[in-house]
Design a protein around this ligand. Structure first.
Ligand code: FAD
Length: 562
């Protein structure tokens, strides 16, 4: 173990606290000091929305550890309300201001770890400083929100930003009986997902009586004479509310690193190598503040999530304390994330189509195909089976898994976690086909949704079936064949579609054209797959529309209006 005498850490929450605790486990000799400018260390920022919603009832339940615990259990000196103002890399010192007394002093270091987190994006919107507008970043923020909720008897709120913090706040405020609107400048909520997958989230929010204003940023906040907040959108639409939650996204907090002359990467985060070392050999950086490589593209990106921050903090401690430098490296991130909103789970890992459509990501490795499926989260015959809508994106070259997204009422996170791990091991769809996952009727199916995704994708790559996608229909102009039963066809059909129910297909193959491509669909893509196998073996040119008519609505909804 390396003899580090003084380890200083800036920021005492996810990355900073995990770095400090790990460092102590590796070295009893080091002097470890955490500087945290806020009033708390190691608090659960991910739990804040649930504290507002009273799911977490007591504020102190958010405190994972306090300075006393750090001192008594880990012999770590935690200084809250201490702001690190400057780094002097040449002298290996930091300058600190004790916020309660105003005292300014310096501390020397052998190793310095920066984990200052991110800062909220604050676009130049008129009226942003008005009373009644709140962010959700710290415990004091939530106190202000709760006090306002009580004082103003809030009935209507507007959430600006439809990312995961916006949605988690929507869940919690909605449970308090507050009428909600979500305003999002992009044309979809959950910008980390592809739009047709986000469409399922949007449907769910609307079902839960949450109004959505998509594709129209807020241009002004004001207060009307009746003391209500007025929120003016670029579209000209004006909303009123008793409070506004700002969940506009974050960017890396880099001021300290910048003024110390550390290299800032192209995406705005502190540049680090795979050992979390910055451009200064005595300074490491972790968490939301850093730019790290994407595991699949090897391109730099910033990923403000708690998992990477915690793991990076641990890796920095390992490296600083001299633990095997070859094995202790950060692999990169796939931005694996999950979010729940009013019963719906939304999860994703790896690359989205939005990313893959970037023309600079060319080449066989990123030439992709995708499939959609809608399996049950557990055996259909067991009570309470719920549908998962799953999208799998994979390389056409070798079947390597590039990304997955899923939404559903149950079993979503488990499937995305399995696929996430598969991506980390560079697995292919053929590996998903063969993945051995636990099964009993109340937990899954003998062919788990993950297996099914692998099987469907493998069928595509092996040429057993050719897939089509709704968005390609206008260009392809095929004959459209609906293989659902006649009553389903009567209820909802696609214009121009011909109906031959699957059970009749073998006897009616002769009715179909041999010189025109036929695209088959059903509700979810399973019956039409069976149908396309019948037609293909009869020598017809056939494509199965992936995800069935369930995806048609989603694709239509995700398209900007003409
Ligand atoms: P932080 O945990 O933010 O800690 C940085 C700390 O550094 C801050 O406390 C700050 O006060 C302090 N600091 C900054 N500058 C200085 C300075 N100069 N001197 C002293 N101290 C300083 N992620 C998930 O993966 N899942 C979730 O469900 C999830 N939910 C979230 C919900 C909310 C409401 C929020 C706000 C975040 C959520 N996140 C979630 C994101 C996650 O919390 C962050 O990715 C993670 O905390 C980042 O860790 P960090 O150590 O980089 O920064």
């Amino acid at each position: 173990m390396k003899k580090i005498k003084r380890l200083l850490i800036v920021g005492g929450v996810a990355g900073g606290a995990s770095c400090a605790a790990r460092a102590r486990r590796l070295s009893e000799a080091a002097r470890i000091i955490i500087f945290e400018r806020g009033p708390y260390v190691s608090f659960a920022n991910c739990g804040l929305p649930y504290y507002v919603g009273n799911v977490i009832e007591k504020e102190d339940e958010l405190l994972v550890a306090d300075p006393e615990l750090f001192r008594n259990r880990f012999n770590i000196d935690v200084r809250t309300q201490h702001n690190v103002r400057r780094i002097f890399p040449g002298q290996r010192e930091v300058e600190i201001e004790a916020l309660s007394t105003g005292r300014i002093y310096r501390e020397p270091y052998d190793a310095l770890v920066l984990s200052p987190g991110s800062e909220p994006l604050r676009p130049d919107i008129k009226g942003l400083g008005l009373e009644g507008l709140f962010s959700v970043e710290t415990i004091p923020d939530t106190r202000k929100i709760i006090a306002w909720l009580r004082r103003k008897a809030v009935r209507r709120a507007v959430i600006v930003g439809g990312g995961f913090i916006g949605l988690e706040m929507a869940e919690n405020l909605s449970k308090l009986g507050i009428k909600l609107c979500i305003v999002e400048m992009q044309r979809q909520v959950m910008p980390n997902m592809d739009p047709e997958m986000a469409a399922f989230v949007q449907n769910h929010l609307e079902e839960k009586q949450i109004s959505l204003y998509l594709g129209s940023p807020v241009v002004e906040f004001s207060r009307d004479r009746g003391d209500k907040l007025r929120i003016l959108l670029a579209s000209g639409k004006s909303l009123t509310a008793d409070m506004v939650i700002l969940a506009l996204g974050v960017r890396p907090r880099t001021e300290l690193a910048r003024t110390a002359g550390l290299t800032i990467g192209e995406t705005g985060g502190i540049q680090v190598d795979e050992k979390m070392q910055t451009s200064d050999k005595n300074i490491w950086a972790v968490g939301d503040a850093v730019e790290i490589k994407n595991f699949l593209t090897a391109r730099p990106n910033v990923v403000p999530l708690a998992g990477p921050a915690n793991r990076q903090g641990r890796i920095a401690a390992d490296v600083i304390m001299g633990l095997d430098r070859h094995t202790h490296v950060f692999r990169g991130t796939q931005a694996t994330a999950v979010c729940g909103v009013l019963g719906l789970t939304i999860a994703s890992t790896g690359l989205t189509e939005k990313i893959l459509k970037d023309p600079s990501l060319k080449g066989p490795d990123f030439t992709y195909e995708k499939i959609y499926l809608h399996p049950n989260q557990h055996a259909g015959y067991y009570p309470d089976a719920k549908t998962i809508t799953l999208k799998l994106i994979f390389s056409k070259k070798d079947g390597k898994i590039l990304g997955a997204q899923a939404v559903g009422l149950a079993g979503v996170a488990k499937r995305i976690d399995v696929i996430s791990m598969a991506i980390q091991k560079n697995a292919t769809v053929f590996d998903l086909e063969e993945a051995e996952l636990c099964y009993a009727p109340q937990y899954g199916s003998a062919k788990d949704p993950v297996n099914l995704a692998g099987m469907i994708a493998a069928n595509v790559l092996r040429g057993h079936v050719s897939v089509g996608h709704w968005e390609d229909l206008p260009v392809a102009d095929p004959m459209i064949l609906d293989v659902r039963d006649a009553d389903e066809f009567e209820k909802q059909r696609l214009r121009g579609a011909v109906n031959i129910p699957l059970n009749d297909l073998r006897s009616r193959v002769s009715e179909l054209p041999v010189d025109r491509e036929i695209w088959t669909y059903c509700k979810v893509g399973q019956r039409s797959y069976y149908g396309s196998r019948i037609l293909a073996q009869s020598g017809l040119k056939v494509k199965n529309i992936s995800g069935g008519i369930l995806m048609h609505g989603a694709v239509k909804k995700s398209k900007p209006p003409a």
